[in-house]
Design a protein. Structure first.
Lengths: 329, 329
C-alpha cells in the first residue's frame, strides 16, 4: 500500500509499505480521509519521544471496513484504545489509563496510509452519504468536546450563564467554540492572532472571533479553553479568568511559564489539563456530526495523501487559512 | 486598650491604643484568644502590600461580646466579611467577592488587642465552657475545611476510596489532615520536613506523618493539599498526583516555579487555588469544634499577647514545635 512515512525529523516520504494485518479483535479499514493534527506536526518536528521514526503518523481517520463484523460499513475510527478492565475505567475515565494506546504511537501504526488496522470496538458506523472528511473531524471535535465538558463540570454552573473564552483558532480551538455553542454557552469568544483564521471562525458562526488585543476584560471569563498552551496564552488565561473560573489547558508546547499562581490561589481559579476523550464522548460526537450540529464544517481543506509533505510545509509556513487539512489516500 | 502594633517591617510594639467603637451592625468583642497565622507572619516580614503599617494584625479570634444582640455571649469571630448582595454570593461563593473584607486588613483593625469590632453576623456563639484557644482555631480550620471540600468536589469521587496527601505540617496542613479524617478520607499522608512537627501530627492522630523522602509513590495521590506553596511542593504535587487527580494550592509564597504543565495536561491533573471559606463553612467548623470532631487540639501553645514579638521571633527561628501559637490578651 501507499503510505506517508516519517523517516527522520522534518522528513516525510510517500512510498510503498507492507499492508497491515488485522489482529484478534481488529478490522482493516480502507482509509478515505485522515486529518493532520497539531500532535502530528509536533512529532514531525522531532519533538515527541513517544513516536520514534520510521513511523506512519495520522490518527484522525474515517473509511470503509474490509473485514470482521462491520465489513462493508463506513466508519469513523476512534484512534484511542482504552482497557475497560482498568481502575480508571471503573472510575469513568478510561482515557487516563497508563495502558491507553493510540493509533500512530507504537505498537499501533497510524492512518497516513491506504489501510489501517483498528479494534472493532473503536469503529463508529456513519451513513453512506456522509463525507469522509467530515467523519475524520470526529477525533479533533471529540478532543474539544471532552475539554469543554470537563471544564464545565469543574466550573459547576450552567453554561448558558457563563462567559466562555477560547484561545487559539486552530482545529481544536474552533471545534471547542462550536462545541460550546452546541452546549448552549451564553457568550463565546475566540481569540486568534491570524486574521485569516478569525475570518474562518466568523464564517463558522463564532461572532466574537477577535484579535488578542480585543479580548474580553480582565477577570471576566468563567470558562477558558487554552488550545495553544504557550506562556502568552497561560498568562492571558490567568489574567482574564473570573474569580472562581476554570482554565482548561489543552496544549503540549514545551515550557511551563506564564501561570500566575498567586492570582490562581487568591481568586480560587482552577486550571485543569485535558487529553483525549472517553469512548462514549467519541460516539456522542459522531452522532452529533451525523445530525449536523456543528455547522457547515467548511473550515477544512482536502489534499491528496501523496502531497502530505507539502501540506505540512504549508502549515509550518503559516500559509493555511483552513483550521484543518485532511489528506485523501 | 493594650494592643500589639506592627509599626514597621519586623517591628511589633505592645502599647496602648484607642479602643475601637462598634459601627452600624457591629459589636465589640473582648478578645480572649487570637492565633498567629502564616499570613500575619508574611505581613510582619513586610511582604503584604494589602496591610500597610502601622497596623493591628490578627484575625483568628474568640472572646465575649460586649454589646448588641449577642451581648454577654462568648463567640468565635469569623473575620471575613462578605457582601451577600453580590453576584458571587448568588453563585454560592461569597468569599470570592471583590468587596470581601477581613479583620486585620484596612478598613478593619485586627484582633492582636484587648478589643476588636466585628459585624454581628460574623459572630458564632460558643458554649461557656469551651476554651477560647479552641474557638480561635475555627478560622484556620475553616480555611482547611474549605480547601479540602473544594478539592473533593473537583475530584468528583468519594473520599473514603481516595488517597489524600497534605504537604506541610503547620496549622493549615495539620488542620487539613484532621478535616480529611473527619470527612472519612481513606488514606491520609502528611509530609513535613521538621521532625518535631511530624511528632505533633502523629500525636494528633495522623499516622502517616512522614518526611519528604518517605512520601507515597509517584502518580498515586488522588487529592493533594499543598499547604506550603513553594516551588518544591508544587513539583512534588505534580509528580505524586495520580492521573485525574486534584491539587489544592493554598500557599501565598512568592514565585510560580515547580508546576509540570505537560504532566498536568497529559494526565488531566487539576490544580485549584483556595482562599478562605464561606460563612456556612465557618459556622459548620465551629459546630464540629464544639462537638470535639477534630480531636484533642493539643497542637497549640498559648502565650500572653504582651509577649507576641517574642512568639513571632521564635516562629521565625524554627523554635516552635506546636503547629499554632495563640496569644492571650
Amino acid at each position: 500500500m501507499k503510505a506517508l512515512v516519517q523517516t527522520a525529523p522534518n522528513t516525510l516520504v510517500y512510498r510503498d509499505e507492507p499492508e497491515p494485518a488485522a489482529m484478534e479483535g481488529e478490522a482493516l479499514v480502507r482509509v478515505e480521509a485522515v486529518g493532520i493534527c497539531g500532535s502530528d506536526m509536533h512529532a514531525i518536528h522531532g519533538h515527541d519521544s513517544r513516536r520514534p521514526t520510521p513511523i506512519i503518523l495520522g490518527h484522525e481517520a474515517a473509511g470503509r471496513v474490509l473485514d470482521g463484523p462491520l465489513a462493508g460499513q463506513r466508519v469513523a475510527v476512534n484512534p484511542l484504545w482504552v482497557p475497560m478492565d482498568c481502575p480508571f475505567a471503573r472510575e469513568g475515565r478510561p482515557h487516563l489509563s497508563p495502558r491507553r494506546e493510540i493509533l500512530s504511537m507504537p505498537p499501533r501504526p497510524g492512518a497516513f496510509a491506504e489501510w489501517v488496522r483498528a479494534p472493532v470496538e473503536n469503529l463508529c458506523v456513519i451513513p453512506e452519504d456522509m463525507p469522509a472528511q467530515h467523519a475524520a473531524l470526529a477525533e479533533p471535535i471529540a478532543v474539544a468536546y471532552h475539554a469543554a465538558h470537563h471544564g464545565a463540570r469543574l466550573l459547576g454552573r450552567p453554561l448558558p450563564g457563563a462567559r466562555c473564552l477560547v484561545l487559539g483558532g486552530g482545529a481544536i480551538g474552533l471545534a471547542a467554540a462550536l462545541v460550546l455553542r452546541q452546549a448552549g454557552a451564553g457568550e463565546i469568544w475566540l481569540i486568534e492572532p491570524n486574521p485569516a483564521r478569525r475570518e474562518t471562525a466568523l464564517r463558522a458562526g463564532i461572532a466574537l472571533a477577535r484579535a488578542p488585543e480585543d479580548g474580553p476584560p480582565d477577570g471576566s471569563a468563567d470558562l477558558i479553553l487554552d488550545a495553544v498552551g504557550s506562556a502568552a496564552t497561560r498568562a492571558a488565561s490567568c489574567r482574564i479568568a473570573r474569580p472562581g473560573g476554570v482554565i482548561v489547558h489543552a496544549g503540549l508546547l514545551p515550557g511551563a511559564d506564564g501561570l500566575d499562581v498567586r492570582r490562581i490561589t487568591l481568586q480560587e481559579i482552577t486550571l485543569t489539563g485535558t487529553y483525549c476523550y472517553t469512548p462514549a464522548e467519541f460516539r456522542t460526537v459522531v452522532a452529533l456530526l451525523v445530525e449536523g450540529r456543528f455547522g457547515a464544517l467548511d473550515w477544512l481543506e482536502t489534499r491528496p495523501l501523496s502531497e502530505g509533505a507539502q501540506a505540512v510545509a504549508d502549515i509550518d509556513g503559516g500559509r493555511v487559512a483552513a483550521a484543518k487539512i485532511i489528506l485523501i489516500p
